[in-house]
Design a protein. Structure first.
Length: 930
């Protein structure tokens, strides 16, 4: 009910829930598939497949065919009984569907309310004033067809690389307005304080006017005016001015409120509507960039589906907030709504928290017919035109644009936002997808602004952060590139209620996310977070002579670094043989200095004399969000081996086949045929670390020995995901044994191959130092030494080094130096989602304890610029990224890069290239067995 003495406002009555968190039960029957042919109950809004009805289907399986055989085309029949207030009599009552997939017809009390709406992602409204019974029961009947009768709708929406769902997946509600009312308004508020709005009424009303009041963030009135409707028309052109408004950007999402009150010719208030908006100006400068409020902005964006495994496209306000917070937590400032308009709640959250939005008319390779598309453009733009977050409209995706619709957007948008063709060249933007690093450079030579609307296509652990450093350094520095949008935010894995809850990504089709289907953070999450952090600490290391100076870059577009706080901690880590966690020795906070956007400067943190192992710096933004935490080791190695000189000297004995060394209850067995360690015994326990050190080197199977694609191999293309080990021709020449003070030194010598020498220094306490030499000359993607250890006996690992995620050669950013621990896991990419992955390559490792069923193996790494390899990363079942030779437990000087779904590693930039190595390599590790 309306409060007394208040202008009449629009009233809503939800017939469904507001989203997936509060569904309302309706009567329902599905015509085919699961639970079909009988009436039951269903929650609304929902996708009926996830409520136990119909058939799950992925659109890509039927790509390019409007009416294919085998397509799921069941219908859903809905019934719902409702009562509306008697007080609504005399008002205009509208039935509103936020969206329905896909063809939808509706009746109220047996009378047609919606003839047939086509287009599955758009709001549609029917005036049902003469259909409803006020103060009495009403029956709503809705028929939804999963597939459309219109072929262009199917090609645009339903034959795409995403799930096809059916049903009333967004809310359904009634909207009551006074008989004469404000139908719609479109705002254009500029950075100079100019406020204009086209305000439309439902009917022409002679002598009527619109009173407009603008309120700031605190509710204070900042402007007011009354505008008459144009003579004989149903609209008014509002024109006001606010002095020095607080501007809206993704960094400063300042929102005002506009109140529009329709007055009759006597000045009586007939109807009032209000909307939040932002003062901001969009400008596209030819061959230059996108300017917001006169400032050139860099786009750090991601593509985003509306999706959850349990509810499909049906979300809630809370889940839309979760998505925006997730995107912003990676220091992104932009999102593309791929490939359809999002829930209204999502855009309101983008307005209030700050994201630039590309709002898309559906068209995944296929496109709407003009007759279908024209009303859908109108629906899209009229619904979302007032959101300051919306910066671009996009007409379809990857040639899914009907050019006859390009001009339709500006008919309803007084801001005249740019209209894009994603993957095309239009409106001054070149948006080509998935170009290689070199091709991207070439696109930047073109006159148009380069902004790929999809790049670095994710798949499992590939793409996204892998190669991003190279791409971003190129993109952010180029005068004609303004950034781009990664593909994609989250895996689109459905919880199959017909398959015992299996998360179904349809093989590799839906497994493209930076995060998993339940937003499980993958390694690239932290890589993106660091590389796209708007505050960059440029110190690459902190040496003993560190004077407290941090070198900073401010990559914000609008905020000064004096809005940020820098929290520093000096921390100490336990030794390899100690329990416990990191200890903070001292901490403090420093306010950011006066460093303007797009500039650099310094910040001083206190220099403290203590025995801290690392300095950690956390940047906190003006809103209290952690942007990123850097961790710098304060010395080269912790726990450097000091070989014991006390105690009983190690002893040894020989047989024809082996040499066995005993020290402190431990025995080490070396083979006289190959010189390798074959196992360690502690009492009656055997720790089966064996068959090493041996050289391991591998290159991508389609490479020639000169790095490039092997045109002489007719099978090269089939090998581009398979890494082949180099043969090892080393000849073992014998074991030497000698004493060195209280230590025993065993040396395995080799010739004519890659392995040169393995020298084992065994101390009285059983500590073993391994110094090794090997040589390699040529092109290599992976190189080092390795041992075997039975993977099925591994329990967990604990390490001091970068973590908790593994790295790749082209994805070194993100993990930070610290104390980490995780249990053994071996998830199947795209099917199981346990993170961080146990296996892989780990950087800057000081020590790593591998706990096994047989005991603990401690590896202390004293080889500069090397990595500890824990077996080899697992790929998906389809092996779309890599297949590596078995490498067991390894110490590697070269680790492989990882490709993305589209581009092989050689196309992903300088960091993804193989290494040219020449000559001898040396390394040292210290091994302890407990």
């Amino acid at each position: 009910m309306q409060a007394q003495n208040q202008p009449p406002k629009t009233e809503l009555q939800y017939l469904s829930g507001h989203g997936c968190d509060d569904m309302v039960e309706w009567d329902f029957m599905c015509t085919d598939g699961r639970n079909s042919g009988k009436w039951g109950k269903i929650g609304v809004p929902s996708c009926w497949e996830l409520q136990g009805y119909g058939t799950f289907q992925y659109g890509m399986r039927f790509y390019g065919i409007a009416f294919p055989e085998g397509i799921a085309k069941e219908k859903g029949l809905y019934k719902y009984e409702f009562t509306i207030p008697a007080e609504w009599r005399g008002k205009q009552v509208e039935l509103v569907f936020e969206a329905s997939m896909t063809d939808t017809e509706a009746k109220i009390n047996g009378r047609k309310a919606v003839g047939k709406h086509q287009g599955g992602f758009y709001r549609f409204v029917a005036d049902v004033t003469d259909r409803v019974n006020f103060g009495k029961k009403n029956i709503l009947e809705v028929t939804v067809s999963k597939d459309s009768e219109n072929g262009s709708v199917n090609l645009a929406e339903r034959r795409a690389d995403y799930w096809n769902f059916g049903g009333l997946f967004r809310p359904v509600f009634l909207r009551a307005k006074p008989a004469v009312n404000i139908r719609h308004f479109a705002i254009d508020a500029k950075a100079d304080g100019t406020f204009k709005a086209n305000c439309y009424t439902n009917i022409a009303s002679p002598g009527a006017s619109v009173r407009t009041v603008l309120l700031d963030m605190k509710g204070k009135k900042v402007a007011e005016g009354v505008t008459s409707l144009k003579a004989g028309s149903d609209w008014a052109n509002v024109d006001l001015k606010v002095n020095s408004p607080a501007l809206w950007t993704a960094e400063t999402p300042n929102l005002y409120t506009a109140q529009f009150t329709l007055l009759d010719k006597e000045g009586k208030a007939l109807h009032q509507e209000s909307e939040k908006f932002g003062f901001r100006t969009i400008e596209v400068r030819e061959s230059d960039g996108l300017y917001i409020n006169g400032v050139r902005v860099n786009i750090r964006g991601v593509n985003r589906h509306s999706f959850r495994p349990e509810t499909g496209r049906t979300l809630s306000k809370a889940k839309n907030i979760e998505d925006v917070l997730l995107i912003k937590s990676m220091n992104m400032n932009s999102v593309r709504l791929s490939h359809y308009p999002a829930d209204p709640d999502f855009l309101y959250v983008c307005d209030s928290l700050g994201l630039y939005v590309m709002n898309e008319l559906t068209g995944w390779h296929g496109k709407y017919d003009t007759a279908i598309g024209v009303p859908l453009v109108k629906s899209l733009v009229e619904r979302d035109v007032n959101h300051p977050s919306v910066i671009w409209w996009s007409n379809g995706n990857e040639k899914g644009w009907n050019t006859e619709l390009d001009g339709e957007f500006h008919k309803y948008d007084p801001q005249l936002r740019p209209v894009l063709h994603p993957q095309g060249n239009f409106s001054g933007f070149e948006t080509m997808h998935y170009r290689s690093y070199g091709e991207s450079q070439n696109y930047m030579r073109l006159p148009q602004i380069f902004m790929p609307t999809e790049f670095l296509h994710g798949l499992y652990d590939g793409g996204h952060g892998a190669g991003l450093w190279d791409y971003w350094e190129m993109m952010r520095k180029h005068p004609r590139c303004i950034g781009g949008f990664l593909w994609v935010l989250a895996d689109e894995g459905v919880k199959r209620v017909d398959m015992d809850g299996f998360i179904d990504n349809q093989g590799n089709f839906g497994a493209d996310g930076i995060v998993g289907p339940h937003h499980e953070k993958e390694g690239s999450y932290y890589t993106v977070k660091q590389i796209w952090c708007p505050v960059q600490i440029m110190n690459t290391r902190i040496d003993a002579d560190f004077d407290g100076t941090l070198y900073l870059e401010n990559r914000y577009d609008f905020l000064n670094l004096n809005t940020c706080r820098f929290v520093w901690k000096r921390v100490k880590f336990p030794e390899y043989n100690e329990k416990g966690d990191m200890k903070v020795l001292k901490q403090g906070e420093v306010k950011g200095g006066n460093i303007a956007p797009h500039s650099a400067g310094t910040l001083a943190v206190p220099v403290v004399k203590d025995d801290a192992d690392a300095l950690m710096i956390t940047v906190i933004d003006v809103y209290g969000n952690e942007l990123f935490t850097w961790s710098y080791p304060l010395h080269n190695q912790k726990g450097t081996a000091v070989l014991a000189s006390q105690g009983a000297k190690p002893t040894y004995k020989e047989t024809e086949q082996s040499l066995t060394v005993s020290a402190n209850g431990r025995t080490f067995t070396f083979c006289k045929e190959d010189g390798q360690l074959k196992g360690v015994n502690i009492g009656n326990r055997t720790i089966n670390l064996a068959n090493g050190p041996r050289f391991i080197g591998a290159r991508r199977g389609d490479r020639s020995l000169d790095q490039f694609y092997n045109h002489d191999d007719k099978d090269a293309r089939s090998k581009e995901r398979v890494y082949e080990a180099f043969p090892e021709a080393a000849v073992f020449t014998g074991l030497d044994v000698k004493e060195d003070d209280n230590n025993l030194v065993v040396t395995a010598n080799y010739k004519l191959g890659n392995m040169d020498k393995a020298q084992w220094t065994i101390a009285p306490d059983g500590t073993v130092t391994l110094d090794y030499l090997y040589n390699f000359s040529g092109v290599v993607d992976m190189m080092g030494i390795c041992f075997d250890y039975p993977e099925d006996k591994v329990i967990s690992k604990r390490w001091l080094g970068d973590g908790p995620y593994r790295v790749w050669q082209n994805r070194l950013h993100g993990p930070q130096y610290g104390l980490w621990e995780n249990d053994y896991n071996d998830p199947i990419p795209g099917e199981t989602f346990t993170y961080p992955e146990f296996k892989g390559y780990f950087a800057h490792v000081t020590w790593m304890n591998i706990k096994t069923q047989e005991g603990t193996i401690c590896i202390q790494n004293e080889t500069p610029d090397s990595y500890i390899g824990v077996y080899q990363p697992r790929d998906g079942r389809d092996r779309q990224l890599y297949t590596f030779p078995e490498s067991g437990i390894s110490v590697l000087n070269v680790i492989p890069p990882v490709r993305n779904k589209v581009n092989t590693t050689d196309l992903c930039g300088p960091s993804s290239q193989p290494k040219w190595v020449d000559g001898q390599q040396k390394g040292r590790i210290v091994l302890r067995f407990e």
